[in-house]
Design a binder for this molecule. Structure first.
Ligand SMILES: Nc1nc2c(ncn2[C@@H]2O[C@H](COP(=O)(O)OP(=O)(O)OP(=O)(O)O)[C@@H](O)[C@H]2O)c(=O)[nH]1
Ligand SMILES: [Mg+2]
Length: 191
């Protein structure tokens, strides 16, 4: 059954964040990793903008997930084409959101399954831990490698990070989003 997932609004400044009393979950990760596509996978529709040009998502985009939680699509890091001032604005936007959003309950870190954990992911992870919320890692584009390589990549990532919540996902094969959402419901949303 298709889900009723609605785009609420985009925002940069804290004063423009939507008002609601649901739990919020944020999606972060390198530019072009597959964050927006992952949201579309959850929605089973093209609700979040996707493009082959990195840096498609420039603002914080809030989505109402069937009135049960709100998902925040964040613009990716590591996008070299950004100018110095843009980078500063981006950093300020992300940091303000992650440090001030009171109903934020967890962070989904999306990575291309073919990439390894880098300093950028480690910074996001430390940041989350400092703020006191958990992270789950989604290894996107699993259709780009074989099934056995996919299983290997998940194990390798669990080992490298010490995290248990590591999932493979593919927007093409439509695999992954549901398992991740189940995990989020059981561990972050249900109190
Ligand atoms: N093969 C394959 N391609 C994918 C998958 N997920 C995303 N892509 C492609 O990767 C590119 C980037 O996807 P997005 O979902 O826009 O990535 P993003 O992380 O939101 O990127 P930014 O908004 O720039 O931060 C697009 O060309 C997608 O079609 C996947 O699971 N499999
Ligand atoms: Mg995006």
């Amino acid at each position: 059954m298709p889900k009723t997932i609605q785009f609420i609004k985009s925002a940069v400044l804290a004063k423009d964040y939507p008002t609601h009393n649901m739990v919020e979950i944020a999606i972060a990760g390198r530019s072009n990793a597959g964050k927006s596509s992952f949201i579309n996978g959850l929605a089973k529709s093209k609700i979040a903008k996707v493009s082959s040009t990195p840096g498609k998502t420039r603002l914080l985009n809030f989505f109402n997930m069937e009135d049960s939680y709100v998902l925040t699509d964040m613009p990716g890091y590591g996008f070299a084409a950004r100018s110095g001032s843009e980078l500063k604005e981006w950093k300020h936007m992300i940091e303000t959101y992650l440090t001030t959003r009171e109903n934020l309950r967890g962070l989904i870190l999306v990575m291309d399954i073919r990439r390894s954990w880098t300093d950028d992911e480690e910074i996001m992870r430390r940041f989350s831990e400092k703020q006191g919320f958990p992270i789950a890692v989604v290894l996107a584009k699993s259709d780009k490698i074989s099934h056995s390589q996919m299983l290997q990549a998940v194990q390798k990532m669990k080992k490298a990070t010490g995290l248990n919540a590591v999932f493979a996902s593919s927007a093409i094969k439509k695999e992954g989003p549901e398992e991740v959402e189940r995990y989020i419901f059981e561990n972050w949303i249900k109190e």
